[in-house]
Design a binder for this molecule. Structure first.
Ligand code: G3P
Ligand code: CA
Length: 329
């Protein structure tokens, strides 16, 4: 993987020189699973902290319970983010699906899930909030965002539906369920995006809803296995989505130059929201998260998903301070 570091100097010099281009627009800061760098992910507390840090959007990943409630979890399984293993009454719910042995959200009712408490899944992050939060429903998250009305700039929801196919048996009309949810959220004047890795499902929802769509693309290793490239063409989505949610690995070539993906998306009129910036897990080309953020802002991304919204906002603010200097140049 040493090749990953080739061009580090090139990219740093290029991006830092390009700093001047940053402040032309307001890149949105999207709190990835809430302020999940500080608190257990996808809890009301993590979302609340993100909002109070000034995040423009909070990001719920949605999955569905056995009785058809949409709740926030990144994974369909529960052992890493909750204390389900400590509940003897659920011991017999543990089972193996496609090689994964765990407790699965769709085997629990909402009432049952609410008896669990959340925990920090990453060993390197603080455990002091473990055992306090519960798994929130999308309705609770909407109410949280609504509660900040008039207190700050409206906080938006950047909602991802996880693996829609997995929930077909519970809700065969999930597209309609989501369209109704988005209509309700929009009626409350809460800014909204809908993201999904499943392009067919995303577009299907787009056919029955006005929600701005964001196509998620993770990319794949290239032939040599030493870098990342697109695994889905952008062009079929032209004019059909508001933007692309891209893995940050797709934005930089291995020689350190920027790929053309942002320009291609922008030429289609689509925004680019990039994931995921983490203070404790940097892109290999950068030595600090500040360098990484400056590079992304400089490249012209329109949004950044981050576990640490306060850092992304602070770097964005520091670049904005340069604006008058740039204007006088
Ligand atoms: O939705 C953007 C980003 O969160 C995609 O990755 O796996 O963290 O949901 P993931
Ligand atoms: Ca997500």
């Amino acid at each position: 993987m040493k090749k990953l570091f080739v061009g580090m100097v090139v990219v740093l010099v290029g991006f830092l020189a390009a700093e001047v281009a940053v402040a032309e627009k307001d890149t949105i800061v999207i709190a990835h699973r809430g302020a999940s760098g500080y608190m257990p992910e996808h809890t009301l507390e993590a979302y609340k902290l993100a909002i109070e840090q000034g995040a423009d959007y909070i990001e719920p990943d949605l999955v569905m319970t056995r009785d058809g409630h949409l709740v926030a979890r990144h994974d369909g399984y529960l052992s890493t983010t909750t204390n389900v293993a400590d509940h003897p009454e659920f011991a017999d719910r543990k089972r193996t699906i496609q090689g994964k042995t765990d407790w699965f959200v769709f085997d629990f009712t909402l009432e049952e899930l609410k008896t669990l408490r959340t925990k920090q899944p990453r060993v390197s992050r603080g455990k002091q909030f473990d055992g306090q939060g519960t798994i929130p429903t999308i309705d609770e998250i909407v109410a949280l965002a609504e509660g900040y009305k008039g207190k700050r700039k409206p906080v938006g929801l950047h909602i991802e539906m996880k693996r829609p196919d997995a929930f077909k048996q519970i809700d065969s009309e999930l597209d309609k369920t989501l369209a109704a949810l988005f209509s309700e959220i929009s009626s409350k004047d809460i800014p909204l995006f809908f993201q999904c890795f499943d392009g067919n499902f995303l577009l299907k929802v787009g056919e029955i809803s006005d929600v701005p769509l964001v196509m998620l693309i993770g990319g794949k290793p290239n032939m040599e296995g030493d870098w990342y490239e697109l695994d889905i063409a952008l062009e079929p989505f032209a004019g059909r989505v508001a933007g692309f949610g891209l893995n940050k690995a797709l934005l930089v070539n291995k020689d350190g130059s920027a790929t053309d993906i942002i320009d291609r998306a922008h030429s289609m009129g689509a925004v680019v929201h990039v994931w995921t910036v983490r203070n404790d897990q940097l892109h290999p080309m950068f030595k600090t998260v500040e360098q990484e953020l400056k590079a992304l802002y400089s490249m012209g991304v329109d949004g950044v998903f981050t576990d640490f919204p306060d850092t992304a906002i602070s770097v964005r603010n520091s670049l904005k301070l340069l604006e008058p200097l740039i204007a006088n140049d």
